[in-house]
Design a protein around this ligand. Structure first.
Ligand SMILES: Cc1cc2nc3c(=O)[nH]c(=O)nc-3n(C[C@H](O)[C@H](O)[C@H](O)COP(=O)(O)OP(=O)(O)OC[C@H]3O[C@@H](n4cnc5c(N)ncnc54)[C@H](O)[C@@H]3O)c2cc1C
Length: 431
């Protein structure tokens, strides 16, 4: 991919080209710079906005995002473990504004793909290119007895912000000797190693602050991401604290019922578990706006792997956690990588330039204990409607302390990098 196109082709000149190709009167951009509207200001949508403005400052880019402050889910487990402050997870959109991105804090409620308009906060925003990156919503009804209201008692902490703070408060308020129960979700869900890193971070908190307590994990799956290194860490650091219950042929640990009053959780096999603190991570699906516009097929949005245009609604880009991008996992790293491809595809299409085959990347680090971090990752190339992994790698049990510490340092650099990539924010150099 390249940004080396003639900038004069955007703005007036480009408008004329587009008006010519888009069909008479379908949209009028002949006298103005092309308009891109992006719904969702996470690492997916915000990175698209940043890349577009860096690639072509004259583009008219509008980012529609509900929240004034974006709180990252990534590294929120480190906040639970006491390795990170809550403030360090929070980022505003000032950097993007400085670059000329029009940031609108409102909920996008509808899109008219014929008139090419987005409705948000009672206003209509016209576009030449639309990007939808709304992340996920929680399927509260995937477990009997769970609801948005019950999540105030038994937090999922899988959407950023208040939920993570609530879980932390509950852990802090729990007596030494209490039981934390974590309900893991079935595939596919946001951040495959997320629940298991969280278990390690809660394990660390309990070990250092409330050593008589334990964490029971109830998992509907038979296997999970980076399992060998997580299991090694649970045994090495958190023996007697973390109890892992993976489903198998005899026992199914999928939680099917919850009683919020008694904080009791019942599994498919009929076992009951009583919690002092319950972290219930239910099934998920693409953010509501994606379904409203018709981008989804079932829970997620199918895309063309070459450029993340929707296979359901012509001419709309959709990226990040909301998509089915198999084999690419739902991660901030993936969303950021997809965003760069989307931005380049938009810039190339607006300038009428040749497009190149994209390469996607992902790496997910997980902190197991102080200075002990593991990773998994791969490159991805579009093939047969899917994204094929290339050069996959994963940490192995028994690795040396130096390597694990280097992984941790790498993950800190990655966090700073993706935040500045997404929000055009200069991160302070770590000492
Ligand atoms: C505990 C945990 C740990 C994680 N750790 C990692 C990690 O270490 N590495 C990693 O790469 N990933 C990690 N992730 C995953 C990562 O957080 C997500 O993959 C990433 O946030 C997805 O980015 P996105 O832009 O697709 O969606 P989001 O980050 O969810 O952003 C979507 C945005 O769209 C906005 N929005 C939605 N609908 C509308 C609307 N209608 N109008 C306006 N705005 C709207 C939302 O407010 C939100 O800000 C973790 C996740 C969790 C839960």
């Amino acid at each position: 991919m390249t940004n080396n196109y003639n900038r004069r082709e955007l703005g007036l000149g480009l408008g004329a080209t587009l008006a010519g190709t888009a069909g008479a009167g379908s949209f009028a951009i002949a006298q103005a710079a092309a308009k891109v509207v992006i719904i969702g200001g996470g690492p997916g949508g915000a990175t698209v906005a940043h890349q577009l403005k860096r690639g072509e400052p004259k583009l008219d880019v509008t980012l529609i995002e509900v929240s004034r402050i974006y709180t990252t889910c990534f590294f929120s487990n480190l906040y639970l473990g006491g390795f990170r402050s809550y403030a360090s997870l929070q980022h505003n959109y000032d950097g993007l504004r400085k670059l000329g991105v029009k940031v609108v804090h409102a909920r996008a409620t509808d899109v008219n793909t014929t008139a090419r308009t987005v409705m948000a906060g009672g206003r209509s925003y016209g576009y030449d290119r639309l990007v939808v990156a709304p992340g996920i919503e929680i399927k509260y009804d995937s477990i009997e007895g769970y609801s948005e209201k019950v999540a105030q008692i038994m937090p999922h902490a899988y959407l950023p912000g208040a939920q993570t703070q609530l879980l932390k408060k509950q852990l802090e308020a729990m007596r030494n000797g209490g039981t934390v129960v974590m309900v893991a979700p079935n595939n596919p869900y946001r951040c495959p190693p997320g629940p298991y890193e969280r278990a390690a971070m809660i394990g660390h908190y309990l070990k250092t602050r409330k050593p008589k307590s334990k964490l029971v994990i109830l998992d509907p799956k038979r296997a999970f991401s980076k399992q060998p290194v997580f299991m090694e860490a649970y045994d090495k650091y958190y023996k007697g604290i973390i109890e892992m219950n993976l489903s198998n042929e005899i026992d199914d640990f999928a939680v099917t019922k919850i009683d919020a009053k008694t904080k009791t959780l019942t599994t498919k096999a009929g076992k009951t578990f009583k919690a002092d603190v319950a972290n219930v991570i239910p099934q998920q699906r693409a953010g509501a706006i994606a379904h409203k516009i018709g981008l989804s097929q079932g829970d997620w949005c199918p895309v063309n792997g070459e450029n993340f245009t929707s296979t359901k609604v012509k001419g709309v880009y959709v990226l990040g956690d909301a998509t089915i991008a198999a084999e690419m996992p739902k991660s901030a790293f993936s969303a950021n990588s997809q965003a760069k491809v989307v931005a380049n595809d938009i810039l190339a299409s607006l300038a009428g330039k040749q497009k190149f085959s994209p390469n996607f990347r992902n790496t997910c680090w997980s902190l197991l204990a102080p200075n002990d971090s593991v990773k998994i990752g791969a490159g991805y190339v579009p093939k047969g409607g899917k994204l094929d992994p290339v050069g996959p790698f994963v940490s192995k049990p028994g690795e040396g302390a130096d390597l694990r510490k280097a992984n941790y340092e790498e993950s800190l650099d990655w966090y700073d990098g993706i935040v500045s990539d997404s929000f055009a924010k200069t991160m302070r150099k770590r000492t």
